[in-house]
Ligand binder design. Sequence first.
Ligand code: ZN
Length: 264
Amino acid sequence: MDMFVKVHVMHTGDLKYDRSLAFKELEVIPPVNQRGEACQELVPVSAYLIEHPKGRVIVDAGWHEDIRTKPKEHFGEDLYQFIEYRLPEGSSLREQLAAKGFAPRDIDAVVMSHLDEDHISGLELLIGAKKFLVSEPEWKNVASYKEKWFKGVSFETFEPESIPYGPYRLGKDLFGDGLVYLVLTPGHTAGHVSVLARVEAGWLLLVSDAGYAEKSWQELILPGFTFDERQALDSLKWVREFSQREDCVAAIANHDPSVRPGIY
Ligand SMILES: [Zn+2]
């Protein structure tokens, strides 16, 4: 049996927001385009397919195809003012999986790094996958007011356990064989996880939104929205430390335009 996994990095459309949403610099984050073009960031919305010898895992769900035709209904007014979005034909996660020959029923687990809208929007398109997984602290914190995003999806939660990695060495060894760890990296949200995958060349760290780009952990710049600043800083410090390991192939943020789609 292979002692590594394969990770497909996919961009499922993009979004535009005020840069202070990604890199903390203001107390209050302005709506998109309010401060002028120089302060706006146009970034991808990433999702990942991990092929493990014992199953296929999706990390994050990307945009729902509904945003092409009824974005206001899908997002709601609140969110609508903070972002612009785009989902070209063929680029939703469902469409990209289909192009690889996979339907939702071929997916063994859909793992959520956290439950922000740009990660859960496309969940409904993955119904049929064998299980949907999120950390218990993340679920406990937001499930009650984000119900509309979870219709038809039944989540399994996991209580973070002792693992060898992460700022608090807590998370989950997904297959129990040390090839895929969900690493608790809280701070941006209450139960945010990054994913550590053992690929052929070494470790690939899917940072998700613990940091929005490499400079986030290089310069310890917190995300614009933080649930707990102290934890967010601990998480960034750990990402920096891990990214410097000889056996770390790459540490990649979900919304970093310099990270290209491809396979590790
Ligand atoms: Zn995000």
